[in-house]
Design a protein around this ligand. Structure first.
Ligand SMILES: [Zn+2]
Length: 232
């Protein structure tokens, strides 16, 4: 069984994607099968990314122009889809993929989404389809908002039911942050620091809710698997 909400260190995330570093938020077609985006819903995040109430749709803000000098503020400029050379930016590449999907009936671009929980702590949110984008006038400038929907493809979300996916995704970032701090970044049963997951004390099927710090805890993959085996 594939468990969602895997927690990874920055290094593990890069190793998983087979790259030295992941410095950009948007990485179009990082490999042959998918793109990678890094999102953050933390209050001090530079971009406003969010998960819709449905729990399966992500709205992801495009990237700003590159900072040109210490006194240059990219937040005063429209987000770019083209470089001055005429080459597409990451925004431009994502837009082009949306247009191919909507106008030419091509398959949507598959996007793997990681969310920053704390500095150096990332959570894998899963595979999404890039289905739309919009241009929004925000604080005196134009920004892009990309719309991603959780992929239904079994190829990516193996044996998980839709219900399970929905529920793990609804653990709010603030709750994850609190849980991580309370459990000191370790499995509460064996203190393992690698391959951790956010676990619900009460399974949803038995009426559990993910909304409180009290019923979410950190478990390593071994203890998480043992628990799911017992429930089934
Ligand atoms: Zn453990």
């Amino acid at each position: 069984m594939k468990i969602r909400d895997d927690i990874l260190s920055y290094r593990e995330m890069c190793d998983t994607e087979n790259v030295q570093t992941l410095q950009r938020g948007m990485n179009f077609h990082l490999n042959n099968s998918y793109s990678v985006i890094l999102m953050s819903q933390r209050s001090n995040a530079p971009y406003s990314d969010r998960v819709h109430e449905d729990g399966i749709t992500i709205e992801y803000e495009g990237h700003d122009v590159i900072k040109k000098a210490y006194n240059h503020n990219p937040k005063y400029e429209d987000q770019p889809d083209l470089l001055s050379s005429g080459k597409l930016t990451q925004n431009g590449l994502f837009i082009k993929a949306v247009e191919k999907y909507k106008k030419e009936g091509k398959n949507p671009e598959i996007v793997k989404v990681y969310e920053k929980i704390l500095p150096g702590v990332w959570s894998l949110k899963g595979f999404f389809e890039l289905i739309d984008y919009k241009v929004v006038f925000d604080n005196g400038r134009n920004v892009f908002r990309f719309i991603l929907r959780l992929s239904k493809s079994q190829k990516y979300e193996r044996s998980l039911t839709k219900e399970e996916i929905l529920h793990t995704r609804l653990i709010p970032t603030e709750v994850k942050k609190e849980v991580w701090k309370r459990d000191n970044g370790k499995c509460v049963l064996c203190s393992e620091k690698r391959n951790l997951h956010f676990d619900h004390d009460l399974p949803f099927s038995k009426g559990g809710t993910s909304l409180s710090v009290k019923n979410v805890r950190l478990l390593c993959i071994k203890h998480n698997l043992e628990k799911s085996a017992k429930i089934q």
